[in-house]
Design a protein around this ligand. Structure first.
Ligand code: MLT
Length: 260
């Protein structure tokens, strides 16, 4: 489905709505396994962030705040004043900034493989280097390095099909959108102070081997969000929804249905 700007999937059935926000530099297809699983219980919406997947963009002045305004526009157009937000990594950065600006829209929050801290100096310099690498060596060089940062060695060695699926999504992504999003990620605000203001049920997930949002950082987030639960997913790195979908899905379903 699409409106004038966003490509999105909408399972349509049900009043309890989950909106899935994808990570960088993927698209809404990364949530296929969750959409199949949750659509029997909830109305599920997964959209492509501007410039990714099949969503267009009229310019490349990207920022996390712009992505937040886009999400608000989508929710308003779909007449969705109250939703559960589920974001992975960059999707979590967007969710955290969204709840800071528009808390009235969110009833429950699922933060996957993400963090509240902004990039430190090394992180910012790394983003700038990645842009230069893409310009000099092409997208494939960046993609190869990134794959090793987000999947466990086992998933790569054993040719887990989700490694290829994510590689294909990254290779299909618009190079300009990738570069401009790298700069947007480097410039994002720090949402650490937002954590203690969150008053809704929140589930915080990461993979035991995630090096981008490692368990230690995620445990600190959990200690700051009063109504939060935490789950460290075994046998998973950054793409915990793909590397261990059984435990990932069951954990979210238990959270949403209040089962421990
Ligand atoms: C993502 O998966 O969205 C990215 O790893 C986020 C990041 O690089 O900070």
């Amino acid at each position: 489905m699409s409106n004038h700007k966003f490509n999105y999937f909408d399972s349509k059935k049900g009043d309890d709505v989950i909106v899935f926000i994808h990570g960088f530099p993927f698209n809404c297809k990364m949530w296929d396994g969750q959409l199949d699983y949750f659509r029997d219980y909830y109305r599920c919406i997964a959209y492509d962030i501007r410039g990714f997947g099949k969503s267009k963009t009229e310019h490349y002045y990207f920022s996390i705040d712009l992505f937040v305004e886009d999400l608000k526009e989508l929710l308003d157009e779909l007449s969705l004043p109250k939703v559960t937000l589920c974001g992975l990594s960059m999707g979590g950065y967007i969710a955290l900034r969204f709840i800071e600006k528009y808390p009235q829209y969110i009833t429950r929050l699922v933060l996957c493989n993400t963090k509240a801290e902004a990039d430190n100096n090394d992180g910012k310099a790394g983003r700038a280097n990645s842009v230069q690498k893409i310009l000099k060596e092409g997208k494939a060089a960046f993609v190869d390095g990134f794959i090793h940062a987000i999947f466990t060695d086992n998933s790569i060695k054993e040719n887990n099909p989700s490694v290829d699926a994510i590689k294909n999504m990254m290779m299909a992504a618009d190079e300009k959108a990738i570069c401009h999003t790298l700069i947007a990620l480097a410039a994002r605000t720090d949402t650490t102070n937002v954590l203690s203001t969150i008053q809704i049920p929140t589930l915080i997930i990461t993979g035991e081997k995630d090096i981008i949002a490692p368990p230690k950082i995620v445990e600190e987030m959990h200690s700051k969000v009063s109504k939060s639960e935490i789950k460290i997913i075994p046998n998973a790195a950054h793409m915990s929804n793909l590397e261990n979908p059984e435990i990932f899905n069951q954990t979210i379903l238990n959270f949403l249905t209040n089962k421990k």
